[in-house]
Design a protein around this ligand. Sequence first.
Ligand code: CMC
Length: 450
Amino acid sequence: MNNNIVVTDSRTGKHYDVPGDIIFPDSLTIIDSRTGKEYAVPVHNGTINAMDLRQIKLSEDDFGLMTYDPAFMNTASCKSAITFIDGDKGILRYRGYPIEQLAEKSNFLEVAYLILNGELPSKVQYNDWEYSITHHTMLHESTKKLMEGFNHDAHPMGMLASTVGALSTFYPDSHNIHDAESRKLQTYRLIGKMPTIAAYCYRHRLGLPYIYPDLELSYTGNFLSMMFKMTEMHYKIDPVLEHALDVLFILHADHEQNCSANVMRSIGSSNADPFVSMAGAAAALYGPLHGGANEEVLMMLREIGTKDRVPDFIKRVKEGEQKLMGFGHRIYKNYDPRAKFIKETADQVFEVTGRSRLLDIAIELERIALQDEYFIKRKLYPNVDFYSGIIYQAMGFPTDAFTVLFAIARTAGWIAQWQEMLVDKEQKIARPRQVYIGAEKRDFVPMEKR
Ligand code: CMC
């Protein structure tokens, strides 16, 4: 609805079309009980501007009121047009398109284009995009050498984050972050090279030769080939698995201001290049409370071992001994719409690979948890990581590679968030305030007197 108001400048007689809420903003009245003073703070988009609180002071030399919000529980750090989530209703949309429609009708590269550019591509735009990504899949031979330096049992996420960061040294032109053309080039490089790095991480650990990208294959088909090709001339890709991986990539492509997206924006806000910014984002994803949860889910399921041990495990979770990994979400207080889709994808994959016995344990965990007062009261539902690991395992991916798969898909979201931050005139270097609770000024005591 257009709530614009026509304003006439009496000095010039000119008319201006101005958003109504600028002239008559909704406002919040604050009465400071310490001073008795009253303040009207404008409300826009259901938020107040934290800087508007600074005027609320006890005296002239008072710094002014701040908000205290550890872990950003109730603070919007940006305006974004990329991803919409309604956590209570279980809704996820990229650029307005429901995730269900994209997962059913689109493919990962098209969704990546949408997330980055705001609109679905035309045929010509898509072909150009696909060509550009495909032609940036190769790694500099020195990158391979760099990766050879990792220990044979290095965690793939450690290798991935370091190698992505190291790409910054290969592409010094990426420092040119305010140039849209340069950003586009780095985007091709990052989306193109992530699967290659991920596959090399896997093969390095097994001591297998690296497989070069095959430009004839799809994005996910090429990735599967780089992962699993042995001595055959052409790796035979199962179309069901190729499609399932594509769907999983779509479901993981962006998720608004999650921990790693926030890191990407935060590092990028210092004008660091996208490679080092993304190394930081990947490091955040590595954590078990974020993308590392899919790996933890598999370990948890293996530890439970059999269906009959599920009730005992749930009891231990409720007693606070451990978490039910793959459950709960900061934003979703309903079924994660991605988890619903992943379950369907699992069925398709298991038709090809055979059913995983871990799936039965997971289904039993979900069944019991969703009926249990502890989980109901806290609105804890399966999240994206609950079933994704079981599918990845069935497809032949080792457990510690799961988060790497998440990172490949999330690259599109990270770059889109970074780019949006860079062109947003309201953004500056990210620098939170603190509430200092340490010692008052005191004098240094020489060591012999302590
Ligand atoms: N198992 C058992 N209890 C839980 C769980 C869980 N998985 N998640 C939350 N709770 C409890 C928590 O102990 C707390 O209880 P109480 O009120 O008695 O103290 C309550 O639920 C609220 O939890 P919270 O920790 O305040 O919620 P949060 O928004 O800070 O944390 C979360 C969200 C995802 C970190 C958390 O739910 C969790 O640790 N889940 C397990 C890890 C996981 O699956 N992570 C993947 C998230 S989705 C993909 C991604 O983001 O990468």
